[in-house]
Design a protein. Structure first.
Length: 199
């Protein structure tokens, strides 16, 4: 009688490739390393694809046009904006009252702190810088769209808005504590901040 063969124990591979293979034609994705949600041991990482199609900040960081402090400051600004926007909604007295309609939500301490940080950031950026920052980080506009919104459509203006946006991110990095004032001013030392001549 033949002896039964012993099989090798089944072992799964350490790294699993769970990236999507069928992407849409107009997809704009970058690989990022994240914590493995199916990990057996804490700290295991996997590579995932993140869409940056409607995320100008993520696209600039993925193409190494922003450093980590600028990127984190931009994300902190977006987080504060989302938190502040979730505040109490105005009640429309012209609408008919419906039973079960939710009442006003009180302002939380987190929302109040977010509004205070946004107010400080707006003071630091100035009117022009705050408008550019809002256009890019909240509305998701590209530099070309920022220029078109202001009626300024040329490559020179696009370069100006890109440079000005990076300066605003440096200022935000100081406001949110991701950089010191000395580092932010050194980063853009010698950079001209005057407007280009309008064509």
């Amino acid at each position: 009688m033949a002896r039964p063969r012993r099989g090798k124990p089944y072992r799964t591979a350490k790294n699993h490739d769970r990236r999507a293979r069928d992407l849409p034609l107009n997809a704009d994705v970058i690989p990022v390393e994240i914590d493995d949600p199916l990990a057996l041991e804490p700290g295991e990482k996997i590579v995932a694809l993140r869409s940056v199609r409607s995320d100008p900040l993520g696209r600039l960081h993925a193409h190494k046009q922003l450093d980590d402090a600028q990127f984190r400051a931009g994300r902190a600004f977006q987080h504060d904006w989302e938190r502040a926007e979730r505040g109490p909604q105005a009640i429309d007295p012209s609408r008919e009252h419906v039973d079960g309609a939710r009442g006003r939500e009180p302002v939380t301490e987190g929302q109040r702190q977010a509004v205070l940080r946004l107010n400080r950031a707006e003071r630091e950026l100035g009117a022009d810088g705050a408008a550019i920052t809002h256009d890019v980080l909240v509305q998701g506009l590209t530099m070309e769209q920022v220029g078109h919104k202001r009626g300024l459509a040329s490559q020179r203006w696009n370069d100006y808005f890109a440079r000005r946006f990076k300066e605003c991110l440096d200022r935000l990095a100081v406001v949110y504590g991701f950089a010191t004032d000395r580092v932010a001013s050194k980063h853009h030392q010698g950079m001209r901040s005057d407007y280009p001549v309008r064509n």
